[in-house]
Design a binder for this molecule. Structure first.
Ligand SMILES: *Cc1c(COP(=O)(O)O)cnc(C)c1O
Length: 385
């Protein structure tokens, strides 16, 4: 057994990050200062998007994107059940109705054919989630969106640096949202970003982030003096601080190194488990590169004399902090109590019974990786039928 607990994910901060934060603390602007625009510009460049809007967290990013998409009472938005609740909650914040389309059993991402089945006259948008960092079938999703005039908002909280057929995730559809929570690819403590190539959407996102208030003379109805500003929309205070933006900028310098290490770890796991029939390793799509936010194994329960819970407990006893991502969103009590009791996405529910997320984060040592591999193999061998 390991002497120290190995979490499933963890940030990596160095002296440069600390210095960047301290510099801001000693500067004139703690918020709404120059670091925000700097971070936005660098991030947009990093994911090949025209515009980026920094925001207080990844959930606020989704809320802002749903708002900018015009989602309101009566609108339906199709998303995946295998995601963090925020992907669907953002639709509810706008008064819309999340509709769940089942996943593809190979990629664990939303299945475009299932999206088609869920489209009605009320459908306004699709929120594909690049689960674990594996890109969704964006060609097919964009095709459906075009056919039915739907807006696409990619939830790329797991997908900083992932690419789909040569294009980086972030510049493909109408909007893409990111999270900088400490378990994600780069961190600002709390933080998020929305990227877009559309100038109108960009302007809407900026308004929404800060109360719907503008000082832009061209947009105001009146001009009463230098002090004057107007609230044009009902926005929120979803601003990111300069302290966070400075940390984000500094982290962004290391994003390539982080991503490279995540890919290395994933390759080591895949190689180690290639002959382990009691589990299935993640699927790797041709022409796409995952950013490996998560490394999700699927237990082959037919070959095992125990269930996922027993496996989870056994590996935690080895001090290895595996996790489960995710309970299908509509299975949460809030959703069950608010109209989703009849929803059944079979593939998602089956997957949920079998999945385990193994530790994967850039600072893992080769010894950490070996510990995980040995523990997984030993526990499975002991319990094989
Ligand atoms: C982390 C995450 C979010 C929310 O991001 P926060 O920054 O924690 O608000 C949204 N969607 C997915 C898929 C996530 O993993």
């Amino acid at each position: 057994m390991r002497e120290t607990y190995l979490p499933y994910g963890k940030q990596w901060l160095d002296e440069d990050d600390i210095k960047a934060v301290v510099d801001v603390l000693q500067s004139d602007y703690l918020t709404t200062g120059p670091k925000i625009a700097e971070f936005e510009k660098a991030f947009a460049q990093c994911v090949d998007a025209k515009f980026a809007v920094a925001i207080s967290n990844g959930t606020a990013a989704l809320h802002a994107a749903c708002y900018a998409a015009g989602i309101t009472v009566g609108d339906e938005v199709i998303t995946s059940p295998i995601t963090f609740a925020a992907s669907a909650n953002a639709v509810l914040y706008c008064g819309g109705t999340p509709v769940f389309a089942d996943i593809d059993t190979a990629t664990y991402n939303i299945d475009p054919q299932e999206i088609r089945k869920k489209i009605t006259d009320k459908t306004k948008a699709i929120i594909p989630v690049h689960f674990s960092g594996q890109p969704c079938d964006m060609d097919e999703i964009e095709r459906i969106a075009k056919e039915y005039n739907l807006i696409v908002i990619e939830d790329a909280a797991h997908a900083v640096g992932a690419d789909y057929k040569g294009k980086l995730i972030g510049g493909i559809s109408d909007m893409t949202t990111f999270s900088f929570h400490p378990v994600k690819h780069i961190t600002t403590g709390e933080g998020g970003m929305i990227t877009t190539n559309n100038e109108d959407i960009y302007q809407k996102l900026l308004l929404f982030r800060s109360h719907g208030i503008t000082r832009d003379k061209d947009r105001m109805l009146d001009q009463q003096g230098p002090w004057y500003y107007e609230q044009l929309e009902l926005g929120y205070n979803y601003r990111m601080t300069d302290i966070q933006a400075a940390l984000g900028l500094s982290q962004l310098n290391k994003a390539d190194k982080f991503l490279h290490r995540r890919r290395e770890i994933a390759d080591m796991y895949t190689e180690a488990f290639k002959d382990t029939t009691a589990l299935r390793v993640p699927f790797q799509q041709n022409g796409c590169n995952s950013s490996w936010h998560l490394y999700v194994i699927q237990l082959n329960l037919e070959r095992l004399s125990f269930d996922r819970k027993k496996f989870f407990e056994a590996i935690h006893r080895e001090n290895i902090g595996v996790n489960v991502h995710y309970l299908p969103v509509y299975k949460h009590p809030y959703y069950q109590q608010n109209g989703y009791r009849e929803v059944k996405c079979l593939h998602s529910e089956n997957l949920y019974e079998r999945i385990i997320s193994l530790p994967i984060f850039p600072k893992m040592t080769n010894q950490d990786i070996d510990d995980v591999i040995t523990s997984v193999k030993t526990i499975l061998e002991r319990n094989e039928k």
